[in-house]
Design a protein around this ligand. Structure first.
Ligand code: PEP
Length: 262
């Protein structure tokens, strides 16, 4: 079955922030605003410890739950790790794979990304697979080559059905948490390239319904111009997702762009 692409897809990655009370309060505040941004798909991605609290707070709403990482094995002697089936059990529908902080700080490689992506799919989760170049690669004109390599190694060999459950997040590493955003043109160039790659490997239908997110210092002020770009389907938001008002404003601005002609 081909995935139906709805309005903007807005995911908030809370990283290693918020205790249980704070997480539940933030999730409740987002849920309260959902009627205003009802055409968006909203996903909250708390730290593991707050998944249960957030699951309770969003229960019965249209807000979905994701996790920040998973291990590729289903269970066993892997101290400190969390598996795909455990995340499903906790109420998650999505999981981040290969976030640049995991790649840069915790030794994640394209090979571990591939294993985790497959494990997520097998567990019934939709992986949000993060790709993106570091500044030196951009300056050397190697952005598209780096993204191609990450896509080929991380997603290569997936079936068309699996690919339809994958979400790709383009996150230029130099724009994450730096306050420096890619211009809409810079982001669109890479997004269009990713969609072309999906088209070449899986055909028009898969490419047209693929969800390709942009991440990197997204805020209410740049949401509208970024979302106006043809191949930007939504955002993976880090810092700005810790404030319910700002996060919902990002969704609102994306929705405004969505309702205008792309
Ligand atoms: C992220 O963590 O994926 C991210 C894009 O962070 P920020 O929005 O803070 O740049």
């Amino acid at each position: 079955m081909t995935r139906e692409k709805k309005g903007p897809f807005i995911a908030g990655n809370w990283k290693m922030n918020l205790g249980l009370g704070e997480a539940a309060a933030l999730a409740r505040a987002v849920v309260e605003a959902v009627p205003e941004v009802g055409d968006c798909a909203i996903v909250l991605i708390p730290p593991f410890t707050a998944i249960g609290a957030v699951a309770g707070a969003i229960d019965g709403s249209a807000v979905a739950l994701g996790a920040q990482d998973l291990h590729w094995e289903k269970k066993g002697a892997y101290t400190g790790e969390i598996s795909g089936p455990m995340l499903v059990d906790a109420g998650c529908a999505y999981v981040l794979v290969g976030h640049s902080e995991r790649r840069q700080l915790f030794g994640e490689t394209d090979e571990t990304v591939a294993r985790k992506t497959r494990a997520a799919l097998e567990a019934g989760l939709s992986p949000i697979v993060c790709v993106g170049e570091v500044l030196e690669e951009r300056d050397a004109g190697r952005t598209l080559a780096r993204v191609d390599d990450q896509l080929a190694k991380g997603l290569g060999g997936l079936s068309k059905e699996d690919m339809e459950r994958v979400i790709v997040a383009y996150e230029p590493v130099w724009a994450i948490g730096t306050g420096r955003t890619a211009t809409p043109g810079q982001a669109e160039e890479v997004h269009a390239h990713i969609r072309d790659r999906i088209r070449a490997a899986y055909g028009n239908e898969a490419a047209d319904c693929a969800i390709i997110l942009y991440g990197g210092s997204v805020k209410p002020a740049n949401s509208h111009p970024l979302f106006k770009e043809k191949d930007i389907d939504g955002f993976l938001v880090g810092g700005a997702s810790l404030d319910a008002g700002g996060f919902v404003d990002i969704a609102r601005e994306a929705l405004r762009a969505h309702r205008e002609e792309k």
